[in-house]
Ligand binder design. Structure first.
Ligand code: BTN
Length: 249
């Protein structure tokens, strides 16, 4: 781990994000990592669960930036880029590693990593803590996921240990968080866009209450996905998932 960063390792825990929140609420100053060999209640985005058997990476970084919640717009994309850097460091082919809004990482158009960012604010509106939870499919992947999945082992034939992956991920994420300028969303957005999956193309978008097809246009300054509907209307998505368009044969 980079200097001055704490780390807790559990063979098994419920959720590294939940553990990191407990430590934050108990007054741990952070930054600190919680890494688990297995999770019994791994959490995904939008209330889903995250399959967490031994062999893959389950890690959460808790830290306390002195900024406001609205300043976090770039963070999901910064994290996605750091996860991408990590897959590249372990031999994933550069052109195959793509970012899918909001912060999934695909290898060969299949999901290899998911990120769950949670935060809490103090009275007065500044953030108290931020938790970045990262799951990386190192050796296995679910075969029943809504979006087809893969693992680093499946793609490269190389088995990477949780320890090695956590070490490289911590370095890559730290470098990117260090370089982060809260008032410069565009440079992060530009880099993320370069590696993004589906921009300029038609995709199926699913939110909590609707599913529709639209052309993905890019990111707004507050991190929303801008999409153009078939009637020309532009929509901004703040939460949801992107899928390939199902084609009827
Ligand atoms: C998603 O794609 O839905 C996000 C998945 C995030 C999973 C990681 S695994 C480590 C951390 N702890 C959790 O409970 N969830 C995140």
């Amino acid at each position: 781990m980079p200097n001055g960063v704490g780390a807790f390792f559990f063979e098994v825990c419920d959720s590294t994000n939940a553990r990191a929140a407990t430590l934050a609420i108990a007054g741990e100053p952070g930054p600190l990592w919680v890494v688990a060999g297995e999770q019994s209640a791994g959490r995904g985005r939008r209330g889903r669960s995250w399959t967490s058997k031994t062999g893959n990476l389950y890690a959460s970084l808790m830290f306390r930036p002195h900024i406001r919640p609205q300043d976090l717009a770039a963070l999901p994309f910064i994290v996605a880029l750091a996860v991408r850097d990590t897959f590249l460091a372990f031999g994933a082919p550069e052109s195959h590693v793509q970012c899918k809004w909001p912060n999934d990482i695909l290898i060969g158009e299949r999901k290899a990593s998911g990120v769950l960012i949670e935060s809490s604010a103090k009275h007065g509106g500044m953030l108290d803590y931020v938790i970045i939870g990262i799951g990386m499919n190192l050796v296995h992947f679910p075969d029943d996921a809504a979006f087809g999945a893969t693992s680093l082992l499946h793609v490269t034939g190389q088995e990477v240990s949780v320890k090695d992956a956590a070490t490289v991920l911590a370095e890559k994420l730290y470098a990117r968080i260090d370089a982060w300028k809260v008032d410069d969303f565009r440079s992060v957005a530009e880099e993320w866009t370069r590696y993004s999956w589906g921009l300029g193309q038609s995709r199926e978008l699913r939110t909590h209450d609707e599913t529709f097809t639209a052309t993905l246009l890019g990111l707004s300054d507050d991190g929303a996905l801008i999409a153009r509907l078939d009637d020309g209307l532009e929509k901004r998505l703040y939460a949801g998932d992107v899928f390939p368009v199902e084609r009827a044969d």
